[in-house]
Design a protein around this ligand. Structure first.
Ligand SMILES: NC(=O)c1ccc[n+]([C@@H]2O[C@H](COP(=O)([O-])OP(=O)(O)OC[C@H]3O[C@@H](n4cnc5c(N)ncnc54)[C@H](O)[C@@H]3O)[C@@H](O)[C@H]2O)c1
Length: 340
């Protein structure tokens, strides 16, 4: 039997990336949309044949009893929507951030455990061909053991400035700011590229605008045994650049969008090309990997390694965001993540 899915929040990322990803999955039907905005429901009707649309989440859950709900509404709504969907018996996939506070994270995770349902966050950069290739090269030991990871996300403005996302991305209370927008991604990527090790502490400098929403962030993260990660994020860099460097005990890797440069020991650098769609803010080609992992988690169950590893990664990304804000308030002092 196919899994019957619904999307809650049919905005840019749902229409441009999630829908295309679900359509690649043979064992899924995605024919139900919840969005309170009529224009977005009309867009769903335009894009999805025979779709059933709802303006109320609970009515949708009552009427459809979907096997899973894919939540792609603005960040501040994620936690409550996830709780409601889990309590209705659905598995839940949530766009990043899974929610905005650690207390809410733990509450939602407790509901998933009690209801024995899968709760997962969309960590789509792990399915970007360049990052997937980098992780394989690291796993093969091509650069020795990883000592440092550095991630750069430079942008000229927040994504979605022409649409509804312009409002929530630039307001702190609705989950705006670059730490939520790009910080979440770089925080799970650094854990993953370090082989799943948990970080210890963070030091951050944040540049804020008048609403208190971070526009730029310079972040240093420490891991065990002197390993470090660094992130440089900006919405006002005047250029778009997405880059990462991994340095190991016996080489290094430079990661661009369609090109990696591998240097092994004293050998000359080797250029490796990967195929990807043009770098935009929605990354439609990567979502089928996310969808496949979520289906895998549903088959493996809520207590499986795949489900638990995603939740640890997500909770740690949120703990890093919280600790980075504490550090920035204390003039960039090194802040223990466990204390966040
Ligand atoms: N993983 C990625 O690469 C990536 C990329 C872009 C966005 N995102 C995330 O996806 C989410 C949505 O981003 P977006 O750019 O599509 O934003 P958007 O503003 O374009 O879309 C949000 C949608 O949610 C709807 N909505 C508003 N209130 C709602 C409610 N109470 N219940 C359900 N839906 C509601 C809006 O009508 C809109 O259609 C955000 O959490 C964002 O961080 C992730």
């Amino acid at each position: 039997m196919k899994l019957r899915g619904a999307i809650s929040g049919f905005g840019e990322v749902a229409a441009k990336a999630h829908l295309a990803g679900w359509r690649t999955r043979e064992d899924v039907t995605l024919g139900v949309i919840h969005d309170p905005i009529a224009e977005r429901r009309h867009e769903a009707i335009r894009l999805i044949k025979n779709v059933r649309v709802y303006d109320d989440l609970e009515l949708m859950l009552d009427g459809e009893a979907p096997d899973f709900v894919d939540i792609a509404s603005p960040p501040a709504l994620h936690g409550a929507a996830a709780r409601t969907a889990l309590n209705a018996g659905a598995h839940v996939l949530v766009e990043k951030p899974l929610c905005l506070s650690l207390a809410e994270f733990d509450e939602v995770a407790a509901v998933a455990r009690a209801r024995q349902r899968v709760l997962m966050c969309v960590h789509n950069w792990k399915f970007a061909p360049a990052y997937a290739r980098a992780r394989s090269l690291v796993d093969e030991g091509r650069i020795g053991s990883v000592r440092s990871v550095s991630l750069e996300r430079l942008r000229v403005e927040p994504a979605g400035m022409g649409g509804p996302g312009a409002v929530w991305r630039t307001l702190g209370a609705s989950g705006g700011g670059i730490l939520i927008d790009h910080g979440w991604h770089v925080f799970y990527l650094m854990q993953w590229l370090m082989g799943g090790e948990l970080p210890c502490a963070v030091a951050a400098t944040l540049s804020n605008n008048l609403d208190g929403v971070e526009q730029a962030a310079e972040i240093h993260v420490t891991f065990g045994a002197g390993r470090t990660a660094h992130a440089n994020l900006s919405w006002r860099a005047g250029q778009r650049r997405t880059h990462a460097t991994i340095v190991g005990t016996n080489g290094s890797l430079e990661i661009g969008t369609e090109r990696l440069v591998l240097t092994e020991g004293h050998r000359p650098p080797q250029e490796l090309l990967v195929q990807d769609i043009p770098d935009d803010s929605y990354h439609s080609a990567w979502f089928s990997g996310v969808a496949a992992a979520f289906e895998g988690a549903i088959s493996a169950g809520p207590d499986s390694t795949i489900t638990r590893a995603n939740l640890v990664e997500a909770r740690t990304a949120l703990a890093l965001i919280v600790a980075a804000r504490v550090s920035a308030k204390n003039r960039g002092s090194l802040t223990d993540i466990a204390a966040a």
